[in-house]
Write a protein that binds this ligand. Structure first.
Ligand code: HEC
Length: 113
């Protein structure tokens, strides 16, 4: 009986040791992946601003329904205000083009201005 208890104790200790080693390995591997840094080259996108491109953009905005939600002047507005769905507001897009600060425009969209 004493021998059996001794072996169970050894097995339990070994099992706990394996679990601790597994936790440490997973922690080290995941930490190194979380902290990994990658070198990327940021591609610059040329945005055409000539008359042809603007006419093409207007055509796309009208035919793809962008103005249905963002309004004709891209000023943005509430396009769904239903308690069952929520209050959905399309962004004021002009600011995106004017300042190229998409995140700032996004903030304005989320805050409802
Ligand atoms: C069904 C309504 C709807 C239509 C149609 C629509 N949008 Fe939107 N758009 C939204 C809403 C709502 C948001 C805000 C999403 C958010 O805050 O996550 C948005 C966000 C945007 C944004 C992001 C602005 C920002 O600051 O992050 C751009 C750009 C945009 N729309 C362009 C377009 C274009 C281009 C079209 C047409 C091809 C279009 N949208 C059609 C509702 C619409």
């Amino acid at each position: 009986m004493k021998k059996a208890l001794k072996w169970i104790g050894i097995l339990l200790a070994a099992l706990i040791g394996v679990v601790i080693i597994a936790i440490v390995v997973v922690f080290i591997v995941s930490n190194s992946r979380i902290n990994a840094s990658y070198d990327i080259t940021v591609e610059s996108v040329d945005i055409p601003a000539d008359e042809e491109a603007i006419a093409r953009g207007q055509h796309v905005a009208i035919t793809r329904g962008c103005i249905d939600c963002h309004q004709g002047d891209f000023g943005g507005d509430v396009f769904i205000d239903d308690p069952a769905i929520g209050n959905l507001r399309a962004c004021f897009l002009n600011r995106v083009g004017q300042t190229a600060e998409v995140s700032k425009a996004h903030f304005n969209c989320k805050s409802g201005s």
